[in-house]
Design a protein around this ligand. Structure first.
Ligand code: ATP
Ligand code: MG
Length: 649
């Protein structure tokens, strides 16, 4: 595992201009633990408050009573922080660069324009009867109207629930019903990879499902002008209703603990959970992490490739960047259209300085070989970021070398929908990088490792990742199901937030996420993380992607079942299977020897691009009838293919 020993020291020229260097990190981190009240009272000043908070932290992590409140007597409005307060200083500066699916389509919106359009939409929502505390479901393409819709809800105190535009009518219906949304905002169609997706048809279908009649109005953006059905009295064209509205819409003063949004998790491990995030703490955490982790400097072009349907899009396309007055690029399309070089071409076209993407995208590009980036120079880039899954060292190195031209630090950011913002990640001017490690905690974040009995592990160790105390961006509950919130996150280990992830801490105190705890293998009494074996496989030149799961094994307890996707240049063969087996044995040890290798033309992934190991586990165990919740699966045909060719041991 020589790869994991590589260290990339902080570059001096980078540190010299960065917001935070090594000494500053140490001092600020220490202060955030020693004096959380003082630290956060000071940090809260980065937001504009109608009434500044005097009560800073009231948080209880108890199995029977979880009560999390930050800045609770303060009042503010998230849209004011993202828009109004920038008008005087940067009204004419670009807020959003929109890059369409078709490379010929792009436009920019200044802060002033975004403000005006948001206020108009906010007035339009009011005219539809939306009031403070109501929920609004957004099922939208990646167009600026999606950001406006979020901010317009925030402006009038409505709670948005964004549902990723790739979800099916059933998945949408379930979320509209759970959130109890009066209004759904959508578009006629979205466009991705040159294809139209019938968003409005999907909404029509969703709203025929039981329990969705709470939705009284559907507001429809005209994106393509494609044919759609129209339900009089329910459906309203966005341009008809919004365009004539006044650009004057006073912002609702919100309590810091009033909900800002609900968001459902990606469903990698089971049925999605509707996490509730509140206004003050969330916004502060999003803004602060955006500035420090991406080392955002005024005027830089920043691109997060996530969809607004995921928490990454919420915190790092909309709320964090806009609260900081940044220039945020929003991309409608996919990285493989019209060509596999698109990501680099977008970087060149808009002179992007900071690029934040996911390991799944990096591995997909890597499988095509280095020449995939030949159509772009990417010489404007200064920093790269990764989120969503562990990034294996091989993919990290490729990201660094090919996409970043060896010029850009990579911030591998570990966090969750539940955490609201980044929790463990390098501050690029302060931390030496180790490929595959998310490095060290952000200010105020107290990660720890515990064994299965909940005993804290000291020093270099491996165990279950927990967080010992609250941080401002933390989700406060699961929507209408506080009991499930307690059960899921606070019942495993007393007085601690349990992340569900496994993790190793090395001798430098660096954190290495080893995968979901549910996915940890126990082979002949040895516990192994899936990430480690997968990293080893991906480091082999033939392997594009790999997923590792355990299956019941008479002798070892659990055997190792591996699904392998090869890159463009390699074909499956028994020879190659043998070679991969030897490879893993040599790299990790005989204990990690695969029992089964199945060739997988593709892996089952969530709509957000994460490997769904729980489904692979079922297939490996030959329990193909009970695959559990598959509503968040991106492409069901992948599963059928794997079932058809499964290897039964
Ligand atoms: P569900 O909770 O419904 O199963 P999910 O966990 O995939 O879905 P998210 O909140 O989108 O939903 O993902 C958070 C998880 O993603 C983390 O718990 C972790 O497993 C993984 N993850 C995110 N970023 C990283 C990272 N940088 N390194 C390792 N793992 C990461
Ligand atoms: Mg999760």
């Amino acid at each position: 595992m020589s790869d994991q020993q590589h260290v990339y020291p902080v570059r001096e020229d980078f540190a010299a201009k960065a917001w935070v260097d090594k000494a500053t990190y140490q001092a600020m981190y220490q202060r955030s633990l020693d004096d959380p009240e003082g630290f956060w009272a000071e940090q809260a000043k980065r937001l504009d408050w109608f009434k500044a908070p005097t009560r800073i932290k009231h948080t209880v992590f108890d199995t029977h009573d979880v009560d999390i409140r930050w800045f609770e007597d303060g009042t503010l409005n998230a849209s004011v922080n993202c828009l109004d307060r920038h008008l005087e200083t940067r009204g004419d500066q670009t807020a959003i660069i929109w890059e369409g699916d078709d490379p010929k389509d792009s436009r920019t919106l200044t802060y002033r324009q975004l403000f005006d359009r948001t206020c108009q939409l906010a007035n339009a929502l009011k005219s539809l009867g939306v009031a403070k505390g109501d929920t609004v479901t957004l099922y939208m393409p990646m167009i600026p109207e999606a950001a406006m819709a979020m901010l317009a809800c925030a402006r009038i105190g409505a709670i948005h629930s964004v549902v990723f535009g790739g979800f099916s009518p059933d998945a949408l219906a379930q979320r509209v019903k759970d959130a109890g949304s009066k209004v759904v905002i959508t578009a006629d169609e979205s466009v991705r990879g040159g294809k139209q997706v019938p968003l409005k048809d999907n909404v029509d279908a969703a709203l025929t499902r039981e329990g969705t009649d709470v939705a009284e109005k559907v507001l429809v953006v005209q994106r393509t002008g494609g044919e759609i059905e129209w339900k009089d009295g329910r459906d309203v064209w966005y341009h008809d209703l919004v365009d004539p509205q006044s650009t004057d819409c006073p912002a609702e003063p919100m309590g810091a603990e009033d909900p800002l949004f609900i968001l459902y998790t990606s469903g990698s491990t089971g049925a999605p959970k509707g996490l509730k995030h509140t206004t003050g703490g969330y916004l502060l955490h999003a803004a602060m992490t955006h500035q420090y982790v991406f080392d955002y400097q005024d005027g830089e072009i920043y691109w997060c490739t996530a969809d607004v349907g995921w928490v990454t899009g919420h915190s790092y396309i909309v709320y964090g960047p806009l609260a900081n007055g940044a220039i945020s690029l929003m991309f409608e399309g996919v990285p493989s259209y019209p060509t596999n070089g698109r990501m680099g071409e977008v970087v060149d076209k808009h002179r992007v300085n900071i690029l934040y993407t996911a390991p799944t995208a990096v591995r997909a590009l890597m499988a095509h070989g280095d020449h995939v980036m030949d159509s772009s120079k990417r010489d404007s880039l200064r920093l790269l970021g990764s989120v969503g899954e562990p990034i294996n060292p091989e993919a990290w190195e490729w990201f660094y070398r090919v996409i970043g031209n060896k010029q850009c630090p990579i911030v591998d950011t570990w966090w969750q929908t539940e955490t609201g913002g980044i929790m463990i990640a390098p501050l690029p001017g302060a931390m030496d990088l180790k490929p595959g490690s998310a490095t060290l905690p952000f200010f105020g974040v107290q990660p720890a490792l515990v064994d299965n009995e909940g005993n804290l592990l000291e020093g270099a160790a491996e165990g279950n990742l927990v967080i010992l105390d609250s941080w401002p961006g933390q989700a406060r509950s699961i929507w209408k199901n506080h009991e499930r919130f307690l059960q899921t996150y606070f019942s495993a280990y007393k007085g601690m937030y349990f992340t569900g992830d496994g993790c190793r801490r090395d001798e430098d105190g660096y954190y290495w996420i080893t995968g979901r705890v549910d996915d940890v293998l126990n082979v002949s009494g040895h516990r192994m993380g899936t990430a480690e074996i997968e990293s080893s496989l991906v480091a082999h030149e033939a392997v594009a992607e790999a997923a590792v799961v355990g299956f019941p094994h008479d002798i070892k307890g659990q055997g190792i079942y591996i699904y392998v996707t090869l890159d463009d240049e390699h074909e499956p063969s028994d020879e190659l299977k043998k070679e991969l087996t030897q490879w893993v044995r040599k790299d990790i040890g005989p204990i990690a020897s695969p029992d089964v290798i199945q060739w997988a033309p593709a892996l089952p992934k969530t709509r957000s691009g994460k490997i769904m190991r729980r489904i692979l586990r079922k297939i490996a165990a030959n329990e193909c009838d009970g695959l559990g919740d598959t509503s968040t699966l991106a492409d069901p045909s992948v599963v059928e293919e794997l079932i058809a060719h499964r290897v039964i041991k």
